[in-house]
Ligand binder design. Structure first.
Ligand code: NAP
Length: 289
């Protein structure tokens, strides 16, 4: 595309940000739509967050994505939040309104999208490994899908207690329990869905898995194993789960779908989802080659 004086600006803030896949996905979509908009990565350190969004407000930035470490820190700096963002307590998408910046969390819709294609989650039990930012979107997503119970496993008793406490005021209609990793033998046989939200198995630890083959043997045969990681594809966890005959979902579709919802908010038109998916797959294949 030709960048002119009227080209509008979208972007992503984070630290580090150079590895972000969002520019690849969003610029492919913007090119497909033929709109005069570009999407760039802005490295913003924690101490520069307030200045950065004030700068965006004063210039022509129309909206932006938010990633680590700003997803929670940005909440008090925004004029308004959607119910999704309030429920999760974190924001990954921001746009301009007459009242100032508005924030939402599209990770919830992204997480839910591949599970919606499968029916019958009402009343079921999810086992969530990890209790960080992504686990918050997973819990909210399980609420939307009608799960009855979500069991969250973590390694810090204090963080687990804070995690559980943070949902007390939210309208979550499910039973949320927290556990340490040593409780897995009793939790695994009860799981209809197992979700890995830890970074264990991600590129630099690609030979690792949060659950061993022996642990996966305890999961019911009809269960689905969902790894939020999208590099490598598949992760060691999903390879072992497939060998056990379990259904698997990787993190790429969540990435695509959360981006599609964000783009639709910014542009107020449907996002070209197949183009976004293909751009990411092509980029990841090229990186892995
Ligand atoms: P985060 O806030 O840092 O949370 C990570 C969680 O994993 C924390 O609970 C952490 O425990 C736990 N953890 C870290 N290393 C561990 C280990 N060796 N053993 C056991 N637990 C460990 O990160 P996040 O934002 O939630 O992201 C987590 C993962 O989800 C990343 O791989 C990210 O790429 C992926 N993700 C994917 C998408 C997508 O669109 N597909 C979206 C968001 C995130 P402590 O609290 O004890 O440190």
């Amino acid at each position: 595309m030709i960048i002119t004086g009227s080209t509008q600006l979208l972007g992503v803030i984070g630290d580090p940000i150079a590895h972000s896949l969002s520019p690849v996905m969003h610029n492919a979509a913007l090119a497909e739509l033929g709109v005069d908009v570009v999407y760039v990565a802005f490295p913003v350190a924690a101490e520069g967050l307030e200045a950065a969004i004030a700068g965006f407000a004063a210039t022509g930035v129309q909206g932006f994505s938010v990633t680590i470490p700003h997803k929670q820190a940005i909440v008090p700096l925004l004029a308004e939040l959607t119910p999704e963002a309030r429920a999760v307590g974190a924001v990954n998408t921001v746009w301009r309104t007459e009242r100032g910046w508005m924030g939402t969390n599209t990770d919830v819709a992204g997480f839910v999208a591949p599970l919606k294609q499968r029916q019958g989650w009402a009343g079921k039990t999810a086992l969530v490994l990890g209790n960080g930012g992504a686990a918050r979107a997973v819990v909210a997503g399980c609420g939307q899908l009608g799960f009855a119970v979500v069991q969250v496993v973590g390694r810090s008793i204090q963080k687990l207690a804070e995690f559980k406490q943070s949902w007390v005021e939210s309208p979550l209609a499910l039973t949320l329990t927290t556990h340490s990793w040593v409780d897995l033998p009793t939790l695994l046989p009860t799981a209809d869905l197992v979700v890995n939200t830890t970074p264990v198995g991600m590129h630099t630890t690609a030979d690792q898995t949060p659950l061993t083959a022996e642990q996966l043997d305890r999961v019911p045969e009809a269960a689905v194993v969902y790894d939020l990681i999208y590099t490598p594809r598949p992760t060691q966890l999903l390879t072992l789960a497939a060998q056990r005959g379990l259904s698997t979902v990787d993190g790429l579709e969540m990435l695509v779908q959360q981006g599609a919802v964000a783009l639709e908010i910014w542009l107020q038109r449907p996002a070209p989802v197949p183009t976004m998916r293909q751009a990411l797959e092509k980029w990841l294949d090229h990186k892995m080659a």
